[in-house]
Design a protein around this ligand. Structure first.
Ligand code: CP
Length: 334
């Protein structure tokens, strides 16, 4: 895939980067709410730097550091981009892609015990767990930073949301955005995490577009209400598709709707794209199925492959933010 071109920041965003306070607390990355705007701006500034680092072939700055990728559920992008990120930083990777089957947890070991041991072997742990509190439980006992790479069936996927937001940020100012978040929102880890991040910016409006039975859960809506963030719940994609600056499409699993028509009503294809704003951005966390037709791929508004590439830069930046303040592992805790 061609590397994305590095575009200059719009002036308002560059100003925000200059004024961002440094070194805020960020020990573990469990949920999007942890990130403040200055922290996001520091992350994005570093991510831009990582675009240049990758273009040069990487760095050896983190060559004595080890990342463990502990995945209890399938992943292509998240696991491989974290692993590529650590390699591009010069570090090393311990990895298990099916931790439930290929670790001692098959023998009944609890995740807490696994993490106590693994955190003695590595400097940072990236975990995708099948339970919604899996990453949090890991963080509670870990000696080193834990990054939530997607938890449960409706938890969060904060690093996906960070790269989603970075993809938008590289194209336009974040304040004042209108965003349609479409799909199976009640269990949409990426949609949930992105809603929390977007809520941090001024004058943002979100449209949650979903079959009514799959709508965004009250925890997010209450958070938006408490923070004075505008949103609408919508079941008809046609009512919002022409109005928004960003279309964030996600999957709907067939078994969660009554029939294929239920799925097709929320799909984006070349006809739907014609009704979007000429400068709208189309994002999707991927993988996709029928909800995003391949005919959209050639449209200049389609951002999803660039979005996946941005995952490398953002995850490199995030790893450096966590590793820069952590002493290298090796000292026992007992
Ligand atoms: N977007 C995302 O999390 O993809 P993977 O499941 O392939 O990691």
């Amino acid at each position: 895939m061609p590397k994305p071109t590095v575009m200059p920041l719009p002036p308002t965003q560059a100003k925000a980067v200059e004024s961002a306070p440094r070194r805020e607390a960020l020990r573990h990355v469990i949920e999007s709410q942890q990130f403040t705007v200055p922290l996001l701006m520091e992350l994005f500034e570093r991510s831009r730097g990582m675009e240049h680092v990758v273009a040069r072939g990487g760095t050896l700055d983190y060559q004595n550091r080890i990342m463990t990728a502990l995945f209890y559920a399938p992943s292509t992008r998240t696991r491989l981009s974290f692993e590529a990120a650590m390699h591009r930083l010069g570090g090393r990777v311990l990895s298990t892609e099916n931790a439930g089957a290929f670790s001692s947890e098959i023998e009944g070991e609890q995740v807490e015990d696994s993490i106590r041991i693994i955190s003695g072997y590595s400097d940072v742990i990236v975990i995708r767990h099948t339970e919604e509190d899996g990453a949090r439980r890991a963080a509670e006992v870990s000696l080193v930073p834990v990054i939530n790479a997607g938890d449960g069936n409706g938890g969060q996927h904060p690093t996906q949301a960070l790269l989603d937001l970075y993809t938008i940020y590289r194209q336009r100012p974040l304040d004042g955005l209108s965003v349609a978040i479409i799909g199976e929102l009640d269990r949409g880890r990426t949609a949930r995490s992105l809603a929390y991040l977007l809520a941090k910016f001024d004058r943002v409006k979100m449209f949650f577009v979903s079959p009514p039975q799959l709508q965004m859960k009250p925890d997010i809506l209450e958070y938006l209400d408490e923070h004075g963030v505008r949103y609408e719940l919508e079941s008809d994609i046609d009512r919002v598709i022409g109005e928004v600056d960003v279309v964030y499409q996600t999957r709907i699993r067939p078994e969660r709707v009554r029939d294929m028509d239920g799925l097709r009503r929320y799909a984006i294809d070349s006809k739907v794209v014609q009704r979007m704003k000429p400068d709208a951005l189309i994002l999707h966390p991927l993988p996709r199925t029928v909800e995003l037709d391949k005919s959209v791929d050639a449209d200049p508004r389609a951002m999803y492959f660039r979005q996946a590439m941005n995952g490398l830069y953002v995850r490199m930046a995030l790893l450096t933010m966590l590793l820069d303040k952590e002493p290298a592992a090796g000292s026992a805790w007992w």
